[in-house]
Ligand binder design. Structure first.
Ligand code: NI
Length: 134
């Protein structure tokens, strides 16, 4: 990995925003914060362009409610080629936390995430978008 230096001229307010980001997110310096923002932009672009991307789907549900476990397994089998790994954690007696690592076409991952997050019995769900990994 080659690192290059360059000069940047930006509005004073934007520089203050950058420094606030560095502080809030505990970046070691401005360079790391700028690199993070560029990577984030690239991730958003690759998802918008329907590239092959990676990500994770997070689900929180009460396993007693309805047939949420059966539904989840049924949906995951239908989208099996997208699923890299599944972690199911019994957080409490009732609550389960599932994280599903995925890789595939962005639109298919969104479709899978919408189906899982939309299941009756899911208390919270989130799709975390990550980058293209080749
Ligand atoms: Ni559980």
């Amino acid at each position: 990995m080659t690192v290059q230096r360059f000069g940047v001229s930006i509005r004073k307010e934007l520089l203050e925003d950058l420094d606030e980001l560095v502080k809030k997110r505990a970046f070691p310096n401005r360079s790391k914060a700028i690199s993070y923002l560029i990577e984030k932009f690239k991730v958003e672009q690759s998802w918008a362009e329907d590239a092959v991307v990676t990500g994770a789907i997070l689900l929180v549900y009460d396993h007693h409610k309805r047939d949420v476990v059966d539904q989840s397994i049924h949906i995951q089998h239908a989208y099996q080629p997208l699923i890299l790994a599944l972690q199911h954690i019994h957080v409490t007696h009732d609550a389960c936390l599932e994280t599903i690592a995925v890789k595939g076409r962005a639109s298919e991952i969104r479709e899978l995430a919408d189906k899982l997050i939309g299941m009756k019995g899911v208390e919270y769900g989130e799709l975390m978008m990550s980058k293209v990994v080749e």
